[in-house]
Write a protein that binds this ligand. Structure first.
Ligand SMILES: NC(=O)c1ccc[n+]([C@@H]2O[C@H](COP(=O)([O-])OP(=O)(O)OC[C@H]3O[C@@H](n4cnc5c(N)ncnc54)[C@H](OP(=O)(O)O)[C@@H]3O)[C@@H](O)[C@H]2O)c1
Length: 275
C-alpha cells in the first residue's frame, strides 16, 4: 500500500500516495442543492469484463484475477464518502446467505482511518442502504438494519403484496418509483435528495448503471482498468440494456497510473464526469 501512484491527468502529473487519492476528490462538496451527487465504481479487465462465472457455476462475480487490494482501498475511500449506498437484490440475497459482507468495512483495522474520517465529518459509521429490485424476492438480514441503519427499497409499480409485507416486517420502507418495468432513477434520486442525502454511491452492477445512465442521474464513473485480458464467452460488461439513445458522453476527470497494480502488473485508476 506504501508504493506511490502517478497522477497523469490533470497535468502537471506527480507521484502521490495511493491512500487518500479518492478522499481528496471531496465528493461531499460536489452535491448541489437540488440533486445528490451520484457515483459508481467498477474494476474491469482490458477486454471489458466486470464479472465472470464463479468456478463451475453460472453465478457471476467480480473476476478474482483482476480484484486487488489497491483497487479495494480506493473503493473503500469512495464508500466512506457516501451517505447512502445503492445495492442490488442479488447482493442482499448473498449477504443473507453469508456469502457477502459489509461494503464499507469500518471494522477492518486497515480502514480505521476511514472510520475516523467519517466520524470527523459527523457521519454515522455506516452509510444507509438503498436496494433496487423489481421482483422483491429477497429477505432482509437482521445485520443490515442493526445499529439504526436506514434501508429503503425502490421497486416498480404493482409490487407483489406478499413480498412487500415480508420486507416491511423488518421496518424497511418500500418506495414505488417507476412503471411496471423499471425503477425510475430520477424519481429515486429526487426522493433521496429530499430526504437530505448528499452523496449516493452505487456499488451495484451493469443493469443499475444502465438505469442511472438512461435517467441521466449519474454524475461520476470511477473505473480501475486492470492490465489483463480474460476472454471467455460468458461475462458481464459495464452496462446491460438496450442501445443507449443518445449515447452517453463522459469527460475525463482524472487518471492515475498504479505501477505495482496486481501481481506487479500496472493498472489505471480513472474517473469520468457526465458532460
Ligand atoms: N467489477 C466490478 O467492479 C463490479 C461492480 C458491480 C457489480 N459487479 C458484478 O456484476 C454482477 C451483477 O451485479 P448486481 O447484481 O449487483 O447488479 P445489476 O446487474 O446492476 O442488478 C441486478 C438486479 O437489480 C435489479 N434491477 C436492475 N435494474 C432494475 C430496474 N431498472 N428496475 C428494477 N430493478 C432493477 C433486479 O433485481 P430483481 O431481480 O430483484 O428485480 C436485477 O436482478 C455481479 O456478478 C457483481 O459481482 C462487478
Amino acid at each position: 500500500m506504501d508504493k506511490p501512484i502517478i497522477r497523469l491527468y490533470p497535468q502537471p502529473g506527480s507521484e502521490q500516495s495511493l491512500k487518500g487519492t479518492y478522499l481528496a476528490h471531496n465528493l461531499r462538496q460536489q452535491a448541489s442543492e437540488d440533486q445528490a451527487f451520484v457515483y459508481t465504481n467498477f474494476v474491469v479487465s482490458l477486454d471489458g469484463r466486470i464479472a465472470i462465472p464463479r468456478g463451475e457455476t453460472q453465478v457471476m462475480s467480480v473476476p478474482r484475477s483482476i480484484a486487488n487490494n489497491r483497487d479495494w482501498r480506493l473503493f473503500q475511500e469512495l464508500a466512506a464518502q457516501a451517505d447512502l449506498i445503492v445495492v442490488s437484490s442479488d447482493y442482499i440475497h448473498n449477504w443473507a446467505q453469508g456469502k457477502a459482507s459489509e461494503i464499507l468495512q469500518v471494522d477492518e483495522p486497515q480502514f480505521a482511518d476511514l472510520c475516523d474520517w467519517r466520524r470527523a465529518c459527523g457521519l454515522s459509521p455506516q452509510a444507509d442502504v438503498a436496494i433496487i429490485s423489481k421482483n422483491l424476492r429477497f429477505s432482509i438480514p437482521d445485520v443490515l438494519t442493526a445499529g439504526g441503519r436506514k434501508v429503503i427499497v425502490f421497486t416498480t409499480a404493482d409490487p407483489d403484496p406478499v413480498c412487500v409485507r415480508e420486507i416491511e416486517k423488518h421496518a424497511v420502507r418500500i418506495i414505488i418509483a417507476g412503471d411496471r418495468k423499471s425503477v425510475n432513477g430520477t424519481t429515486m434520486v429526487d426522493y433521496l435528495t429530499d430526504l437530505g442525502y448528499r452523496t449516493i454511491f452505487s456499488s451495484a452492477g451493469p443493469q443499475i448503471l444502465y438505469l442511472l445512465l438512461t435517467n441521466n442521474v449519474l454524475n461520476r464513473l470511477y473505473m480501475t482498468h486492470a492490465c489483463r485480458i480474460l476472454g471467455g464467452n460468458s461475462y458481464a460488461s459495464l452496462v446491460e440494456g438496450e442501445l443507449l439513445k443518445p449515447a452517453v458522453d463522459l469527460t475525463l476527470n482524472s487518471l492515475y497510473l498504479d505501477p505495482p497494480g496486481r501481481d506487479g502488473l500496472s493498472q489505471f485508476f480513472i474517473a469520468y464526469d457526465r458532460t
